[in-house]
Design a protein. Structure first.
Length: 282
């Protein structure tokens, strides 16, 4: 039995689609109605909260492997540490954690440092583990859909920094692969898309696929953070803004061969991502 967290999100949902039909699959969800698509795929649902140890114990009954993917947040470290502890106490044998390609103990970003702390906790637990560490999500462009449609602009910080951005479907496929095949214990898999692109390159890709001019406008990081703070907690807004500031400095100019090595195919390109989601952007 495999247990999924985050199964109603982009990454966990992509993993669920890849894992469906390949063996017993369970997901812990807050709202069963919102998770109907998972149930329709044959995923067993346990209604509960990942922050509640009793919910976790119930969800982990009979589970051999668990996928740990929680949204970035101020309490993420505590919640993930607790998840690991309950997993060990419940007899779970292995954890696959979605971390970050940038995770480092000396990172300027708290959310990258916390990934390392949780990784260390997992390694010290005695459980088998695999770390899946993706780059910047192509799905982040969904936040720009309104301006792409309205006036052909992508507005965000990032300067001329290059990014090996990745499609969540590739992340889900890698997760499913390492959870259903052998040889992945104690491995750190850094995964990216097929090429490093600037946001100007991305705007050109949107232009070509959509058949209209799309341009990138480099937004000051402070303005971006102020905009985010309107609908995100201050801690989260600051961390996301700092991430984009790092992109401008080249921190995400990373392309790895991992997706092709594991899956035997090239990662999904940005143009293909746009084509597959064209109703969102056009």
């Amino acid at each position: 039995m495999i247990l999924l967290t985050g199964a109603t999100g982009k990454t966990g949902g992509a993993a669920a689609k890849e894992l469906a039909g390949k063996g017993p699959l369970r997901a812990i969800v807050r709202n069963a109605d919102k998770a109907k698509a998972l149930k329709d795929m044959g995923v067993e649902l346990v209604v509960g909260d990942v922050g509640d140890p009793e919910s976790l114990k119930k969800a982990m009954t009979g589970v051999e492997q668990a996928l740990l993917v929680l949204p970035n947040g101020e309490h993420q470290e505590r919640l993930e540490m607790q998840f690991v502890d309950v997993a060990k106490a419940s007899g779970v044998k292995k954890i696959v954690k979605v971390s970050s390609i940038e995770a480092a103990p000396d990172s300027k970003l708290a959310m990258q440092r916390l990934h390392c702390k949780v990784e260390d906790h997992i390694k010290a637990s005695g459980l088998a583990w695999t770390m899946v560490k993706p780059s910047f999500f192509m799905a982040n462009f969904f936040a720009n859909a309104a301006t792409i449609k309205a006036n052909g602009t992508i507005v965000m910080p990032g300067g001329k920094g290059k990014i090996g951005m990745i499609d969540n479907r590739d992340i889900g496929a890698v997760i499913a692969h390492v959870m259903t095949t052998s040889g992945h214990d104690s491995k750190n898999y850094l995964i990216s898309g097929p090429e490093a692109l600037t946001f100007s390159d991305a705007a050109q890709a949107f232009s070509e696929v959509l058949g209209k001019t799309v341009v990138y406008i480099d937004q000051p990081v402070a303005d971006f953070e102020a905009m985010l703070a309107k609908f995100l907690p201050a801690w989260h807004a600051h961390e996301v803004a700092a991430l984009f500031g790092g992109i401008a400095e080249g921190t995400l100019d990373i392309v790895t061969p991992t997706v092709k090595e594991l899956l035997g195919r090239d990662p999904i390109s940005l143009k293909q991502f746009i084509k597959d989601n064209i109703v969102v952007f056009k």
